[in-house]
Design a binder for this molecule. Structure first.
Ligand code: SF4
Length: 337
């Protein structure tokens, strides 16, 4: 490696012996569902003008929420905070059917930005419920996605929050039990939970394809690939982002000596770098790349300027905008001739 000192504006000069490496995990950051949800709010603002109301954080990232607020989005917790007749966007995490009913009662214009991969889990829940299964939903209590999925079949769904919950689950008929999961869980922990459930319920049915989404799986695989080769992992993501928090856990389980979650570069602690030669960096599925760039710049200022991107998978998935938005866009194009 060339030992050129860093003299760029704002960077301190470092000696060769100070220099450290960064392994940058790929894929990282925005997934197709988050990209679509953020674009949905932006497009709704373009079409209908501000304010556009958004029920819950559109995606779990403080920076994204602040940026959309600056453009005219108003974030609320519940539909009854939205004025009658206004426009409301439902977040990527999905909502229960009762939320659609409440919105209809207030005559709201609704745009549903639920990620299509969450909608798939909703359909599975309704199908199993229709076939009279008890459904064991593996997920974290209180997470918005879990609340939305439970609302698809509230009388049939039982939450299982990790392998230790398997022993206490009560079902009507042990031969008619199915499991589903939140899309953003740890792949390994979920496998342990399914194993524990299968030991109790040998006839346990599962979804036709994995509920943990491609983006969650790929980001976990990418951090696992570098965890053993680094002294420290920095995961960029907000504390309420399930998939970001899982990345910290997965990094530690995979052999990283220490791993921390930061919302942005201002939260990185200088003391974490003591004795560190190689830092691993990644970001959750709701994190814009500019926040990773900020962390990389912070590290470079401290001598960690040799960067290697370690790719574990390629991602090309894109989701179309919600149909209600596409209809409106087509209508406006027609009207404009
Ligand atoms: Fe969809 Fe997965 Fe992204 Fe969640 S993390 S929005 S389920 S693609």
């Amino acid at each position: 490696m060339d030992c050129l000192p860093l003299l760029a504006a704002g960077r301190r000069r470092v000696d060769c012996c100070d220099m450290g490496r960064v392994l940058l995990a790929k894929p990282r950051g925005y997934c197709a569902g988050v990209d679509r949800a953020v674009q949905t709010v932006e497009k709704a603002l373009d079409l209908y003008g501000a304010p556009v109301y958004v029920r819950k954080q559109i995606v779990h990232n403080a920076h994204v929420v602040k940026t959309l607020e600056a453009k005219g989005a108003i974030f609320v917790e519940e539909t009854d905070e939205v004025p009658y007749g206004a426009t409301v966007v439902f977040s990527a995490h999905g909502v229960a059917p009762s939320v659609h009913e409440e919105a209809a009662a207030r005559q709201l214009r609704t745009i549903d930005a639920t990620c299509p991969l969450v909608t798939k889990v909703h359909s599975e829940a309704r199908r199993f419920a229709k076939e009279d299964y008890d459904i064991l939903l593996i997920g974290h209590a209180g997470h918005e996605e879990v609340v939305g999925t439970t609302g698809q079949a509230p009388d049939r769904i039982h939450l299982v929050d990790g392998p230790e919950d398997a022993a206490g689950v009560k079902v009507r008929d042990p031969k008619r039990v199915a499991y589903l999961s939140q899309t953003t869980l740890s792949v390994d922990e979920t496998q342990s939970t399914v194993k524990a459930l299968r030991e109790r319920f040998p006839h346990l049915q599962g979804p036709p394809s994995d509920d943990i989404c491609y983006a969650t799986q790929n980001r976990q695989m990418a951090i696992k690939a570098i965890a053993k080769s680094v002294d420290l992992v920095i995961v960029v993501g907000s504390p309420n982002s399930s998939n970001s928090v899982r990345l910290v856990e997965v990094a530690l389980d995979a052999g990283a000596p220490k791993a921390y979650l930061v919302d942005n570069s201002s939260e990185v602690d200088e003391s974490w770098l003591e004795g560190v030669e190689t830092v691993g960096v990644t970001s959750g599925a709701s994190v814009p790349e500019e926040l990773v760039t900020g962390v990389m710049a912070w590290l470079a200022e401290r001598g960690f300027d040799e960067v290697e991107e370690v790719a574990s998978a390629d991602e090309h998935l894109l989701f179309a905008l919600p149909p209600e938005l596409r209809r409106e866009m087509r209508a406006r194009e027609r009207a404009a001739g």
